[in-house]
Design a protein around this ligand. Structure first.
Ligand SMILES: Cc1ncc(COP(=O)(O)O)c(C=O)c1O
Length: 425
């Protein structure tokens, strides 16, 4: 039996849980056959009692590790006080959270929402309203420039400007008003802007596309172009932000300050969905009562957790860990180039790894890695993403990369054997 057979033929508890999922949960994902029962720090334990090193961190939503003690203490305390009043009333948690987050971002104010996609939708609505109310673009005429290869979420409007056919096909009609340019091409971006452009929306480092870092002059040029042309620069830092890349925001690597930050994922401390649009009053001030909202947005439980997350980020500890340990992760992964790995990209504890497609698909490599006790996720084709919780240790990084090297060795061996047998036959 091969390692892959171990994963493909899971234990009884795993099989039963997956069967129930398959029967009752919509099939909009194709998860690895690992059924989590508990998790702590960088580790997940499955229903069979097997432990896995989590090198995905829920797509960066678990930046601070599973059940970080400070987050859990804050959540428990708030559960015993008040959890939800809607925005029909005030709560004593919302203001302090918004103040702390605005200060972290160096902005005036916060629009709290829940999922990342909601933050993106809200940012786009704010930009369109800013376009009509402040810039003077005729109502319904504003356009937004985005990048090819983007990933900003799954709502109808957001998929309207995605170029991922799987994400789009069958979901039309699509929302108009978007123009896509190659990511990293500031000249194309400048050329796409006209007098009706209200915003440029970018991930500073593209996550789902495979951790694509733009050329060094790109974001500073985008900043200048947006200022010169009176266009809002919206940075989607939902996956790249909150310490993942070694800085509070990925934009910080280039000393760039966008007009609008979109935040999510790790803002909820790995406990609940909490997202935000963060900007100055000259932008967020375009919203008036009744024009936008969310029943759960900014609820006291989320705000208490969000305040704790912001306080953790304010210490700089997690940014330092991501920088230090990220250098180790990248250095170790780079030693595998030429041994089954074609390229390694990224910043901080965020690495996109292109595996030689002759060795197998990203999914196959992920399956084998799971059998070795390491959880990662493929993005496209044979590209894997390593994004462990920032509480991972140096030894754990070494161990994860050792397991990856072992998997590449197995696949290389299998590939050589397959070629030999095809030559023989
Ligand atoms: C850059 C970016 N924006 C937005 C989203 C959407 O976030 P959510 O899945 O919470 O809606 C994601 C999710 O992966 C993302 O990576």
């Amino acid at each position: 039996m091969t390692v892959l057979d171990d994963v493909a033929a899971p234990g009884a508890a795993t099989a039963a849980a997956i069967a129930t999922d398959d029967r009752y949960a919509a099939h909009n994902y194709a998860p690895l056959p690992v059924v989590a029962a508990s998790a702590d720090g960088a580790w997940i334990t499955d229903v069979e009692g097997r432990r896995y090193l989590d090198c995905l961190a829920a797509y960066s939503a678990v930046n601070f590790g599973h059940r970080h003690p400070a987050v859990i203490v804050a959540a428990h305390a708030q559960l015993d006080a008040v959890t939800l009043v809607s925005r029909a009333f005030h709560s004593d948690r919302l203001g302090p959270f918004c103040r702390a987050l605005a200060e972290l971002c160096g902005k005036d104010a916060v629009l709290p929402m829940n999922s990342g996609a909601e933050a993106v939708e809200s940012g786009l609505k704010v930009a369109r309203k800013w376009g009509t109310d402040v810039k003077g673009v005729p109502a319904g005429e504003g356009n937004v420039v985005v990048a090819h290869g983007n990933f900003h979420g799954r709502t109808t409007t957001i998929i309207s400007f995605s170029d991922d056919d799987t994400a789009r096909r069958g979901f039309g009609p699509y929302t108009p008003g978007f123009r896509a340019v190659p990511f990293g091409d500031a000249d194309a971006l400048a050329a796409a802007i006209d007098e009706r452009t209200v915003a440029v929306l970018l991930e500073p480092i593209q996550g789902e596309a495979g951790i694509i870092v733009p050329p060094d002059d790109f974001l500073p040029r985008v900043r200048r172009i947006c200022t010169d042309r009176n266009v809002l620069f919206i940075a989607d830092e939902i996956q790249s932000g909150l310490a993942r890349t070694g800085r509070t925001f990925a934009c910080d690597h280039w000393d760039v300050r966008p007009d609008v930050y979109l935040l999510g994922k790790a803002l909820g401390g790995g406990v609940l969905p909490l997202s935000a649009v963060v900007a100055d009053w000259d932008v967020l001030g375009v919203l008036h009562p009744g024009e936008h909202g969310s029943t759960f947005g900014g609820n006291p439980l989320a705000a208490a957790i969000g305040s704790t997350v912001v306080a953790m980020l304010a210490t700089g500890e997690f940014q330092d860990r991501a920088t230090r340990l990220g250098e180790r992760l990248h250095a170790r992964l780079r030693t595998l180039i030429g041994h089954g790995v074609l390229a390694v990209r990224g910043r901080g504890l965020w690495a996109g790894v292109d595996v030689d497609p002759r060795l197998g698909s990203g999914k196959e490599v992920s399956l084998r890695l799971a059998a070795h006790g390491v959880l990662v996720k493929d993005t496209h084709g044979s590209t894997l993403r390593f994004a462990p919780p920032l509480v991972i240790t140096a030894d754990e990084i070494d161990w994860a990369v050792d397991q990856f090297a072992a998997v590449l060795g197995e696949l290389t061996q299998a590939n050589v054997s397959a070629r030999k047998s095809s030559v023989a036959s």
